[in-house]
Design a protein around this ligand. Structure first.
Ligand SMILES: [Zn+2]
Length: 408
């Protein structure tokens, strides 16, 4: 789903929801179809539906594993668990994309191509919002947070607190959990999307029952509806807002909060100072290890950040001087554009003749101009000397000439 305008549409944030990663967990598949229908039915009627459709690209993949669904089993047609098939940061062997299952390969290419800001995959069998890392280095079950741990906990809380009863879980405090703390897995989609796509992904377990009765699906959809909408809307900068701190303090489902949502993060574009063109620079936050890349075509970036904090944001690009600035992220997302100057030592320099030249050529251009200046200066001096000599000569003649004609 995307707004119906060309250039503006390319600069909005991208989010994706993926369901039915495991063939025997069909609830996500059904809920995502309901989400798509609800957005279409309520566009231009409901403020939140309108805001989401107008301001972001929402990609919905109801089923990643249609063969597994048809066979009513976890794995795909080759009986491979797709959420163990992605290249893993701790086990980098066999990272070749062509050795992956076709479904995995399709997702990897999609994530690289679409420049997603955030995503979520939907599962069944539990009720919790799970965030990275999914595995730990020594394979032990422990809390193993990623560089953006705080932001991920915030995003997971947005989902659980907006849910009918996820945050009231007795098993998971606040209805959220670190993946490795719950049970470590390797080769999952969540960690790969975050590391290789710069895409902040949650794994959402949305139903304790894997195969509920069909009559229960509308209830499950209602329980998850505000969670899915609020999580999507958290990327959007709009006019409707709600104080995120109050949101995090909320402990129970409140229908009055139907149209409230939060916005978070920093969004903007990166430009080259000399040409004014957008550039695919990278964005880092001081103290956080991960890096977000701006898009190649429009130079736009969108980075999730937990609200209520100060951040030092740095934009950099090879051949340019890095720029940094401090921002405060409160209940509204921050808009921040960067204009980077060329690095004279390495990159291209726009000289005052108006053509971009490298250092060596610039030296020759400056040398040629110096010769021209010297030549002009020589001509001026020569003319001056000639003029001076002529004047002096005339003066001398006049001095020796008689002022009056001599009478003879
Ligand atoms: Zn699953």
């Amino acid at each position: 789903m995307q707004p119906n305008h060309a250039l503006g549409a390319t600069l909005v944030k991208c989010r994706m929801y993926v369901g039915n990663v495991h063939g025997d967990e069909p609830v996500g598949r059904e809920v995502l179809i309901k989400l798509a229908n609800w957005l279409c039915d309520n566009y231009l009627k409901d403020p939140l539906a309108t805001l989401i459709v107008k301001n972001m690209h929402l990609h919905i993949l109801p089923t990643m594993n249609p063969d597994g669904f048809a066979l009513r089993r976890r794995g795909n047609a080759n009986n491979v668990d797709l959420n163990r098939d992605f290249p893993d940061q701790f086990f980098p062997n066999n990272d070749e994309i062509n050795y992956r299952q076709p479904e995995t390969r399709a997702i990897m290419n999609w994530v690289k191509q679409e420049h997603f800001t955030a995503s979520a995959s939907l599962h069944g069998g539990a009720l919790v919002a799970n965030y990275p890392w999914d595995g730990s280095r020594d394979q032990s079950k422990q809390y193993y947070g990623c560089p953006d741990d705080k932001t991920f906990r915030y995003m997971a809380s947005v989902y659980s607190q907006s849910h009918y009863n996820m945050s009231l879980s007795k098993e998971f405090k606040g209805g959220i959990t670190n993946g490795a703390f719950w049970y470590p897995i390797y080769g999952g989609m969540q960690d790969w999307n975050y590391i290789h796509g710069g895409c902040f992904e949650l794994t959402l377990e949305i139903s304790d029952v894997k195969w509920p009765k069909a009559a229960e699906l509308p209830v499950i959809w209602e329980h998850n509806r505000m969670s899915m909408l609020n999580l999507a809307a958290s990327l959007v900068k709009g006019n409707l807002s709600w104080r995120s701190r109050e949101f995090l303090d909320c402990q129970s489902y409140d229908p009055a909060k139907v149209y409230n949502f939060i916005q978070t993060g920093v969004h903007g574009r990166i430009f080259a100072a000399d040409t004014g063109h957008p550039i695919p620079g990278s964005l880092t936050i001081k103290g956080i290890g991960s890096e977000i890349r701006a898009s190649r075509t429009y130079g736009d970036y969108h980075r999730m950040l937990a609200p209520g904090e100060n951040y030092e944001v740095m934009a950099s690009m090879e051949g340019f001087r890095t720029k940094a600035t401090r921002i405060v992220v409160e209940e509204k997302a921050v808009s921040l554009d960067f204009v980077l100057d060329r690095d004279g030592a390495n990159g291209l320099i726009r000289n005052d003749l108006g053509c971009p030249c490298d250092d060596d050529k610039l030296f020759h251009v400056q040398g040629a101009r110096l010769e021209l200046y010297l030549f002009v200066l020589f001509i001026i001096i020569a003319l001056y000397v000639l003029f001076k000599r002529k004047t002096t000569s005339k003066f001398t003649i006049h001095r020796h000439s008689p002022k009056r004609p001599i009478a003879v």
